[in-house]
Design a protein around this ligand. Structure first.
Ligand SMILES: Cc1cc2nc3c(=O)[nH]c(=O)nc-3n(C[C@H](O)[C@H](O)[C@H](O)COP(=O)(O)OP(=O)(O)OC[C@H]3O[C@@H](n4cnc5c(N)ncnc54)[C@H](O)[C@@H]3O)c2cc1C
Length: 383
């Protein structure tokens, strides 16, 4: 019988970074993933690493720490990190005011950013629509990663260099304790043993301790995304736009946030949780999104199984107001799902002292998981 120091359930970005930090503490770690290749939220997102969007508390710091961690790993192995900054474009005077106010808040925190007039933005990126852009803010330290490869490459690196043990096709369906040791059982009747277990199972909470994920504390978000055909490079950086300025937590710290005006058109898009982000991938394709719909934890069937074509149309129409592109042909559209704390930034729970649930990081997992899990692993090992 092999006994590990730690078994991590769930091969998404959160589980993989828990494994990373525990391995760096010298722990022996087994990572169990239910699918042949994990393909949940961590693999179907934008891959924007944007601390600038996070609440200006410890989550902003987790984002900055994540950038450092991504950089340090990228220096030794290619995890697809590209550090070309993020642009926020304001579409009206209210959003412009928020950009000016947040620039002050970032300066107070020594977070590099620069404000630009509309004409500077248009010179720097002639693909932007002059009727849309009223000004911009550039956050130069920010990065993007390719979600299709990041977590897979990190896992391979951990296996090769830090001794991570990994089993795919291992759907964990039971964790019991025997003589103070955790026995982790899978649907294929394999049993593994560890002193500690971390459960980072994303939205699939119905199979393991469902009673510990109260639907009043956790909700599931469905996001619709589009990919436009490969084309001439127009976006080097992450691109975030007016409705993002109105949506992201950091802007809620701006003095004027509560008094901004919202047009009927903006309200319609906001009713679908919509804001427009662009990211141009290495192959020239442009990822465009997104929208947000919500159901309580365990109720994902309420989403049905279809993509809402009206939402895709609304996103495309709004995107066409923002930029001129050579090719608006949609080559793929998909939905991604993540768990989000209802009233908390992340959901953690400890069962029987040595089983730790970590979930509900919401729409900021690619930006903050690497930094957050460093603290989370420390806490787990203080208990
Ligand atoms: C469309 C979309 C766009 C996004 N864009 C961004 C962005 O640009 N920037 C950003 O910071 N964040 C973004 N996010 C958020 C980010 O993707 C999530 O916060 C993050 O991926 C959550 O990671 P996770 O590991 O908690 O969950 P997941 O990625 O869902 O991973 C959970 C894993 O656990 C496995 N699992 C579940 N149950 C079991 C079991 N019983 N046994 C074994 N394995 C199990 C699953 O198969 C899965 O692989 C986006 C999310 C979406 C959906």
């Amino acid at each position: 019988m092999t006994k590990y120091d730690l078994i991590v359930v769930g091969g998404g970005v959160m589980g993989t970074f828990c494994a990373y930090h525990a391995l760096r503490k010298g722990k022996s770690v087994l990572l169990l993933e239910k699918d042949a290749q994990p393909y949940a939220a961590s693999f179907r997102n934008f891959g924007q690493v944007v601390p600038s969007g996070q609440a200006l508390d410890e989550w902003f710091d987790y984002g900055r720490k994540s950038l450092e961690i991504y950089e340090s790993i990228q220096a030794v192995t290619d995890i697809s990190m590209v550090q070309k900054g993020s642009w926020y474009y304001a579409s009206d005077e209210d959003e412009l005011m928020l950009l000016e106010e947040i620039a002050v808040l970032f300066a107070e925190r020594n977070y590099p950013c620069s404000l630009h007039t509309a004409s500077e933005c248009l010179v720097l990126n002639p693909s932007l629509n002059k009727d849309y852009v009223k000004g911009g803010l550039f956050c130069s330290a920010e990065a993007s990663v390719n979600p299709l490869v990041l977590t897979h490459r990190l896992r391979s690196f951990l296996i090769e260099h830090l001794g991570l043990h990994y089993q795919s096709l291992s759907a964990v369906n039971g964790i019991t304790q025997q003589n103070g040791i955790n026995k982790v059982s899978t649907a294929s009747n394999q049993h593994y043993f560890a002193d500690k277990v971390i459960v980072a199972n994303g939205k699939d909470t119905q199979f393991l301790f469902p009673e510990h994920y109260p639907s009043e504390d956790l909700k599931i978000s469905k996001l619709q995304m589009l990919r436009l055909s490969p084309q001439r490079r127009v976006f080097e950086s992450n691109v975030l736009t007016g409705l993002t300025i109105r949506r992201y937590d950091s802007f809620k710290s701006c003095p004027s946030f509560s008094s901004i005006n919202t047009s009927a058109e903006q309200q319609l898009l906001q009713s679908y949780g919509m804001h427009i982000l662009f990211k141009q991938a290495q192959d020239g394709s442009i990822i465009l999104g997104d929208s947000h719909e919500y159901v309580p934890a365990h109720h994902q069937a309420d989403f049905g199984f279809e993509l809402n074509t009206a939402i895709n149309e609304l996103m495309l129409n709004e995107a066409k107001r923002i930029a001129h592109l050579d090719n608006w042909q949609v080559s793929a559209s998909w939905a991604g799902f993540y768990m989000q704390g209802t009233n908390t930034e992340v959901f953690t729970k400890t069962i029987d002292e040595s089983i730790h649930i970590v979930n509900g990081i919401g729409g900021k997992g690619m930006t903050t998981s690497a930094g957050f899990t460093a603290s989370f692993i420390e806490q787990c090992y203080q208990q």
